[in-house]
Each structure stands twice: as C-alpha cells, then as structure tokens.
Design a protein around this ligand. Structure first.
Ligand code: NAP
Length: 485
C-alpha cells in the first residue's frame, strides 16, 4: 500500500543532518486509523535528544542566518518543487497515518507546497526602515533579523500543512528549527526532514524529533537557545507552553482551538449555504480547528436548512481514505469517537433531535456517521466545547443581534461564517463578530496569501499572508552618530 511512499516513511529522527534513533532505543508505534494496522514505529526521544537537536540548529544558524534572502528564496523554491514532485506519495502517507480521504490529503500537500512558494516570495521582501532623524549628525534605521532557533510543535489533524506554515517562514527569515510532530501522525512531519535534505537545505536547518511530548516540549520551552515557540494544537496545551516559555521570555505564536459559528439568515441563498456548510463541517471528518461547531439558523429558514443538511450528510461516502470515492474517513482514535458519542447522548437527553446519523458507523473501528442534531440548545455540551468530529448541531435564532451575541458567546475566536444576501447586514455582522477569520457566503476561506489566526483563547500571532513571517524576525533600531554633518 505504501509502495510509493516508502521513501518518506522515515522511522528515525533528523538531528543535525543525521537520521538517528532514540538514545534508549525505545520506539512508538504508529497505526492506520482506518484499519488499526501498525504502519511502523518512530523513536521515542526525550530531553537529551531535543537538547542535541537545539544545539545542532544553533550551529546551523550561525551560517544559515548569513545566507542572502535570494539564496533562501531559491532553497524554498527547490523545496516547493520537491514537494510537488512527490505529491502523490506524500498524500498517500498522510492519508494512511491520519485517515483523511486521498483527495483531501492531496489538497493538504498542495497547500503545504503553496505555503513554501509564498514564503520563497516573501523572503525577498523583508524590508527595514530608514527613519527621518531628529539630529543633523545622526542617521537612524531599523533592520530586521532572524530571531534564531525556533521550536515548532504541531497537531495530527493537518500534519503536513501545519508544519509548512512554520518551517517555510522560518527558512525565509533565516531561522533554523526543531520540529515536533504529533505522535499519531509523525511521518508527515518527518517527511519535512527528508524533503529539506532532497531540496539541498543545509544540515541542521530543519531538525525533527518525535517522542515524549512533555519532555520534548519541556526542553524546547526552557532551553534559552530557542528564541521562539510556534505551536498549533489545543488551547489547554497552548496555555501550558505559554507558561513554560515565560522563564526564558520567548516569543510565542499560538494557533489553538476553535468553536466556529455558521450563521444562516432567512435571506441567504440556501443552496450556497448548504454547500458551504458541508465543507465547513465535514471536511477532515469534522476534525479541523475552523470546522463549524454551531450552526445558528434564522427561524423562517430553519426547518428547510435542517432537512437539506441532513439529506447531504446522509449522502457522504464514509470509508478508508485511500479508497476511491471516500468523502469521510475515520476519526483519529477511539477517544475522539467517545467524545462525539458523549455529545450526541448529552444533546438527546436535553431535547436534541437526531436528523441524520447519530452513531458509530457500521464499518466499525473509529468510523462515525455524519450526524445532524436539530433543536440544539445553549445548555448542550457542544455549545462550549470543541466537537472535533462529524457532528452538526443546529440552533434556532430570531434576530440579527441575537445571532451575533450567540456567535460571540465563547472563549474561542478563530473562524466564523455567515450567509446573507443583504449587503448592510453583511457589514454589520462581519464587524460584530469577534473572530480572526470570517467567511461571508463562503465556507472554506484559508489561503496562503491571507493571515490565519484567532482572537481570545484561539491564540495569538498569524500564519500565512505577509504577516506570517513577522514572528520569526526581530526589529533592531540602529542610530549612527558622529557623522560630522
Ligand atoms: P494537542 O493535544 O494540543 O497536541 C498538539 C501537539 O502538542 C502534539 O504534537 C502533541 O504531542 C503536543 N503536546 C501534547 N502535550 C504536550 C506538552 N505537555 N508539551 C509540549 N507539547 C505537547 O492537540 P491535538 O489533539 O493534536 O490537535 C487538535 C487541536 O489542535 C484542536 O484543539 C484544534 O482546534 C487545534 N488546531 C488548531 C489549529 C489552528 O490553526 N488554530 C489548527 C489545527 C488544529 P503528542 O501528539 O505527542 O501528544
């Protein structure tokens, strides 16, 4: 099955240009969530190996930070081409360890390459400033330099593209990195090491370690050599890492959890809203940080919307991501299935009505039926908690202000979507939503050209866009005096 992906199935870690095992020789098994089969193992590294990776990154930084912007842009272009030359193998590997459909996996790998290309272009536009001087004999400027070694920790739901958003701007800025991919999906992370080597990026610029999250994360956050931590994952772990970084006052950027509202007004184009709803809810089996957590639908259109959404959910083809035609793969693990099951039971106990799905799929394992719950109420668990599964609760509202208030009643603030054909309303609602990303009549809006990042407990910092390189740079003010003018 992995015939074409074997070259990327790296069962070792990359530290300073060497592929190595854990000092203890211990490993972690990686399984295919669609079949439960063990795909292979990866090293179970800890503090000591992470420290060595950080030191290797520091050694590489000394020369890499002095390369020209043009050289780094060329390296990133080569990396982009290497990814695209191997898109199919990388997509198969990703689908095998993560479960998503091959179509979505190809899309994710393509997105990774697009981020790399974007930062190849941005590398050459890291401008400083010449500041008008208040002194006749002095000149002032601001230059921008790479922060140094960065630590990057990523989740299992987008194991390729979440690292692309970190490794690519780091290289563009002249930083070196130590990456720690999620234990469930380490191969797409380790593949970045293999790809960087193939693209001719110098040894030590990209290091990848797998293993004990607490030990690796502990060393990355406490070691004073590391100057920035970039994390994508749960809000709970993000808060812990922010605390751990305080001791050495590192820069942090955090892409954390979400609780996206999807508002449908009576005046919306229903066909368009349903199309957007399906993407915004069921993509990656509902396991994305920008997936709709709450559908808020205005009274007049409510019943029609629920019927149409249930009808479309019932049509989704559930199966092994590698099989032709699969639209929804398995959930990542048993605990994810239990969370969704628990939320369905809680909703039904509190008056929710199952309009589609509602239980484990007949395929068994971690497959779950695409589910729609009508009559959702604020007292139900999914109102406050991230679902991270194929479960769509639909709430009813009457007035525009009520919709905005309900949408904002959460500690999260990542993505929000709404559908209306009234231009005035589009502006009012867009401005009223306390979210970092807003889709107006669109259900999927992520693109490399735009800044991605949340408000409130969804995080800080932006990835993508021209803003996405900022956190990898320090601004240095320079005053040149004694010019005798
Ligand atoms: P998670 O449990 O927070 O894990 C994310 C990463 O953190 C994994 O690599 C994990 O390693 C590591 N980790 C766990 N404990 C750690 C510790 N004590 N110190 C350092 N690292 C630690 O999140 P997840 O379940 O993988 O991912 C789902 C979450 O990510 C959701 O909340 C989702 O919304 C969020 N997410 C956000 C974005 C965004 O851009 N805002 C994008 C995608 C996902 P192990 O795998 O080894 O445990």
């Amino acid at each position: 099955m992995l015939a074409n992906s074997e070259q990327f199935l790296r069962q070792k870690n990359l530290i300073g240009g060497e592929w190595v095992d854990a000092d203890s020789g211990e490993t972690i098994e990686v399984t295919n969530p669609a079949t439960g089969e063990v795909i292979g193992t990866v090293p179970k590294c800890g503090k000591a190996e992470t420290k060595r990776a950080i030191e290797a990154a520091q050694t590489a930084f000394e020369s890499f930070s002095r390369t020209s912007a043009l050289e780094r842009a060329q390296m990133l272009r080569a990396l982009h081409d290497t990814i695209m030359d191997n898109q199919e193998s990388l997509a198969r590997l990703l689908s095998t360890e993560q479960g998503k459909s091959l179509m979505e996996a190809r899309g994710e790998v393509g997105m990774s390459a697009a981020y790399v290309l974007w930062y190849a272009e941005e590398a050459r536009r890291v401008y400083g400033d010449v500041v008008p001087s208040p002194w006749a004999d002095r000149r002032l400027m601001v230059i921008r330099q790479p922060v140094g070694v960065i630590g990057a920790i990523t989740p299992w739901n987008f194991p390729s593209s979440m690292l692309a958003r970190k490794i690519a701007p780091a290289i563009a800025a002249g930083c070196t990195s130590v990456a720690k991919p999620a234990s469930e999906t380490p191969y797409s992370g380790l593949a970045w090491g293999a790809l960087a080597e193939e693209a001719g990026i110098p040894a030590g610029v990209v290091n990848v370690v797998t293993g004990s999250a607490a030990q690796i994360g502990g060393e990355l956050t406490k070691n004073p050599i590391v100057r920035k931590i970039t994390f994508t994952g749960s809000t709970q772990i993000g808060k812990l890492l922010i605390k751990q970084c305080a001791g050495t006052v590192k820069k942090v950027s955090m892409e954390l959890g979400g609780n996206a509202p999807f508002i449908v007004f009576d005046d919306a184009d229903l066909d368009r809203a349903i199309e957007g709803a399906m993407i915004a809810k069921f993509r990656n089996s509902g396991q994305t940080c920008v997936c709709t957590n709450r559908f808020l639908v205005q009274s007049k259109i409510y019943n029609k919307f629920v019927d149409r959404l249930a009808e479309e959910a019932d049509k989704l083809k559930v199966g092994n991501g590698l099989e032709d035609g699969t639209q929804q793969g398995p959930l990542i693990n048993e605990s994810a299935v239990e969370t969704v099951e628990g939320m369905v039971a809680d909703a039904v106990n509190k008056g929710g009505k199952i309009a589609a799905g509602g239980k484990r799929h007949s395929l068994g394992g971690t497959f779950f039926e695409p589910t729609v719950i009508a009559n959702a109420k604020p007292r139900m668990r999914f109102t406050k908690e991230e679902i991270f599964g194929p479960l769509a609760p639909v709430y009813r509202f009457r007035r525009e202000e009520e919709a905005i208030k309900l949408a904002n009643e959460t500690v999260f603030g990542l993505a929000a979507y709404f559908y209306t054909s009234d231009l005035g309303r589009a502006y009012r609602v867009m401005e009223g939503l306390k979210y970092g990303l807003v889709g107006v009549n669109e259900g999927m809006i992520t693109t490399v050209e735009a800044p991605f990042g949340g408000f409130k407990e969804s995080g800080m910092g932006k990835e993508g866009g021209h803003q996405g390189i900022e956190d990898y740079l320090d601004s240095k003010y320079v005053c040149i005096g004694g010019l005798g003018m």
